[in-house]
Each structure stands twice: as C-alpha cells, then as structure tokens.
Design a protein around this ligand. Structure first.
Ligand code: KIV
Ligand code: ZN
Length: 505
C-alpha cells in the first residue's frame, strides 16, 4: 500500500536475476564443508526452484571444487553454472578448465585491501581487472567483475575500475558489501551513482554483519540493480549473505517483480540445506522458519481463523509452508476449539474449560504444549485415556574409562515384558537407544529434542530433563522428569513422551 507512494521515485528494473552463491559463499559459513555429492543435490534443487545462476564453487581452491563444478555442469541444468576466480591467470584457468558458463572474478579495491592484503597500487589492480575480463571474454565465457570491499572503496576509483571492466567486455559488474557496512540509503545512493556511468547490468552481493543484507539488496534494486547474489537460509561468511528466500519473496510480493521462481519449493529447499549443512534455522527466521506462519496469541488466532490475511502477509502455500496454531499461555478459546475440531474431539463445556485451564497452566509454567500433549490431556479428561502403555520395570547402565557406555532397559509394553541392552556415546544415549529398540516393534518414535538443566547446585543437583519425541506421522509429544540422577530423569522423560504419543495414536 504505502510502497505505491514511493515506487515512482524508484528505478526498479523490469526483472531481477538471482545468482545463488550457497555452494560458494554459503559454503564459507564457519563449520560447513560440502561434498561433491551434496553440492550436486543442492544444485539440482536450486535449478528446480529457478535461480538464474548457480555459483558452484571456487575451482582453483581444490580438486573437489573443480569436480563439483564439472559434475554440476554435466547435469545440463537450466541455470548457468558459475565459478569464482581471483583475477589471477591460475584461478581463471582453473575455472575455464571446468568449462563453466560464467566466471565471477574479483579483486580487492578498498584502501585496506590494497595496502594490507594485496600490497598493490590502484593502477596495478585496475590493469589486473581489465586483463582478467579480457581473458575470460577471449574464452567466450560470461564475465562478472567484483570489486571486493567495493563499499569501502573511494567512489571515483570504484567507478573508474567498473567503467574500465565494462569497456573490457564484462557482462556484469557486481558490488560486494563485503563486510556488510552499508545502510540501505547509502547502498541506494551508490548504485544510483554507478548507474549513471555503467551500461551493463549491475549486481549486488550483500553481507549481513549488521542484519542489513536483505534490506541493502532491496535498496540496490530500488536504484536499478538487476541482479542479486543470495544464499539459501542466508548462509555465508561470518553473519552470512542476503537470504535467497527473503530477497525472492520481497521482490515478488513487495515490488511486484516477477522472478520466474517456483517459490512453493522454498521451505523444502531451506530444510534440505539446513539438514545437509547442519546449520539450523531459528524458529523465527522470516519466510521459512518453523514459526513463520504459527499463531499463538488468542487475538491473532481468532483473526487468522476468520481471515488469514489479518495476521499473515502472504499465504504459507506460496512458499511451501503450513499454518500452525500453537497452544500456550496466550491461547484463546477459539484456537483451542479449532484444534479440538481438527482432531474430531467433542466434549462438554465443562470438560472444555478443564482442558483450557490445563493448557494455560502449562503455558504459565513456561512449558511447551504440542498437539500430542493436547490430545493426551483431552483423552484423559474424557476418560478415554488408555492406561500407561509403556512402563519401566528395570534399568542399569555401565559406563567408565575405555568402555563403551551400555544400558540395559526392561520395559512392560502392553503387558509384555521385554529387555534390551544397547550401547551409545554416553549412558543417556545408550539408555535412549535401548528404549527405542524395544518400542520399535510397537511404533517408530524418535528423539527430536533433548534439554537438560540443573535446577539446584552441587553434585546432588536436581536435573530437569525435557524431551520432544516424534512418531512417523509427525506427532510430537513433550516429556519431562526431574531427578538427581540424570540418566533416570532422561529415561523417565522419554517414556513420558512415548506414552503420550501411544495414548493418542
Ligand atoms: O563478499 C565478497 O566480497 C565476496 C567476493 C568474492 C565477491 O564474496
Ligand atoms: Zn561474499
């Protein structure tokens, strides 16, 4: 609505290309290293999503990087495959050897990079840049030039170097905000000034050191930049890069710029990358986070149930997400009724009030309430709860130096007593493995979350264990136990959650 008031002052391009750098800058996320096979799997998904260019890696860095670029090229994707290279011949040759469609070459241009990293003069840097572009173009490859640390480079010099590479045949110039120092108004100004002299498409590459990567990318587009570098989940060096899902959804829904992207694949891609890289998204991550379409407050839930747009700016389906009504201390009666309806649970008004009070009480105590917890509370109040299905009858652990921790667990499951012994990385892991092996014949239930907290001090401190267990249908149930013995507390918490799941399935 208000954007219409300012759009006329923008220099929006007709369309914006996305250069995805998850496999290059994203892989520079501390602690992340992708195998060739993992890169291939991510590249296929990026292509299905519809990104224009995939920066597959830095071919000069290793044999694995070369192999990844070659293998991704051999897939014959619709997306162009790009390799990163310094302006050095050895780097450019490594990328050329991989037969990439596109080379992104870069050199530091700011005083800091010139003086301390490269120890080169402005003239040397300019001539190396021009030579690199000419070399790439002599090989008939698409050439993009980045002035690394552009946003801390003197404007006159920056503009001169970009103009020179344009004249040398570059297809794109890219403006990296290498350490994320710009604010959106400054980025907007910079791109606007560069646009006055540069006739090839301007690209932007923003880092998130101040949480401004997406805002800066959008500010660049408002000034006429027609390509954005982005990464899935905002992965990347230090605080990361502009997040692909946030940039894409903002461009499409805030600016009405068509990207030709199958946005309903965004959540699946985000989860896939998160699993492969081991970098979990916070629940409140925009667009793809677990809570992006979750509603708890009674007022919000009421609004969403009447008309989703009251508290949702876009539909969850647009990005492949699902709406979730979450129960807790802010839950309103409407939300609870809609949940009970969803599960076909009917009850009297009195029973409803008892369930409602219990949910609120749990929320007040800071407890998480899952749908399986609600079902367990409801069936108990309705008197339909099955008796405790899994009961512990006996338990022993063995642990120490140079021995594999092992746990023996004896459970009564549906009146049948079974025993299993399993090893684990520690006694808790061993105990949970033994329980899971015994339960596996009844249901597949796995541990999703495990938290432990000492609630008093000293070696005899009380430990509170909180777990979330999940079955194959996605039913999650919480379990808790407080004990002096951490292993016993863990076993009880796990059995608590397992019983809740078994009680309602
Ligand atoms: O952040 C950066 O400057 C880069 C360059 C390689 C473009 O990633
Ligand atoms: Zn970068």
């Amino acid at each position: 609505m208000y954007i219409e008031k300012v759009k006329k002052n923008m220099n929006l391009p007709e369309t914006v290309r996305i250069l995805d750098t998850t496999l290059r800058d994203g892989e520079q996320t501390p602690g992340v290293a992708l195998t060739v096979d993992e890169k291939i799997r991510i590249a296929k998904k990026l292509d299905q999503l519809g990104v224009n260019t995939i920066e597959a890696g830095f071919p000069a860095a290793s044999e694995g990087e070369k192999e990844a670029s070659r293998e991704i090229l051999s897939l014959g994707l619709d997306a162009q495959v790009c390799g990163l290279a310094r302006t050095l011949k050895v780097d450019l040759d490594a990328a050329i050897d991989c037969d990439v469609d596109y080379i992104h070459t870069f050199i530091g241009t700011s005083p800091l990079h010139r003086e301390f990293k490269l120890k080169m003069s402005k003239e040397e840097i300019l001539s190396k840049s021009v030579d690199a572009i000419e070399y790439i173009k002599d090989h008939g490859i698409i050439a993009e030039f980045s002035a690394e640390d552009a946003t801390r480079t003197e404007f006159d010099y920056l503009s001169k170097i970009y103009k020179s590479v344009e004249e040398a045949g570059a297809d794109y110039i890219n403006v990296p905000d290498t350490v994320g120092v710009l604010v959106p108004t400054a980025m907007n100004w910079l791109i606007g000034e560069l646009k006055k002299d540069i006739n090839i498409p301007i690209s932007v590459h923003c880092h998130d050191d101040f949480g401004l990567a997406v805002a800066n990318s959008l500010a660049a587009v408002e000034a006429g930049a027609s390509q954005v570098h982005a990464t899935v989940n905002g992965l990347g060096e230090r605080a990361g890069n502009a997040s692909l899902e946030e940039v894409a959804m903002s461009l499409i829904t805030r600016y009405d710029i068509q990207l030709d992207m199958r946005t309903s694949q965004l959540v699946n891609l985000s989860e896939f990358v998160s699993r492969i890289t081991g970098i979990k998204m916070p629940p409140n991550k925009a667009i793809v986070g677990e809570n992006a379409f979750a509603h708890e407050a009674g007022i919000h839930v009421h609004g969403v149930l009447e008309k989703a747009e009251t508290y949702e700016p876009i539909t969850p389906e647009m990005v492949g997400h699902t709406r979730r009504i979450v129960l807790g201390k802010h839950t309103g009666a409407n939300a609870l009724r809609s949940k009970l309806d969803e599960y076909g649970i009917e009850m009297t008004e009195d029973q409803f009030c008892t369930v409602y009070d219990q949910i609120k009480n749990l929320g007040d105590k800071g407890k998480k309430v899952t749908d399986a917890d609600l079902k367990a509370i409801a069936v108990t109040i309705l008197g339909r709860a099955k008796k405790q299905i899994v009961k512990m009858e006996g338990f022993a652990v063995m642990t120490g130096e140079n021995v594999m921790p092992t746990a023996t667990v004896k459970l009564r499951i549906h009146d049948e007593v079974k025993t299993a012994a399993k090893a684990g990385v520690g006694p808790v892991d061993a105990a949970i493995n033994a329980i899971q092996s015994l339960i596996s014949e009844t249901a597949y239930i796995e541990l999703k979350e495990y938290h432990i907290e000492a609630i008093t001090g000293g070696t005899n401190a009380l430990a509170e264990v909180f777990v979330i267990m999940s079955d194959q249908d996605g039913n999650n149930a919480t379990g808790r136990s407080t004990r002096e013995d951490v292993v016993m507390a863990s076993v009880e918490a796990v059995l608590d959650a397992i019983n809740k799941i078994l009680m309602v399935i």
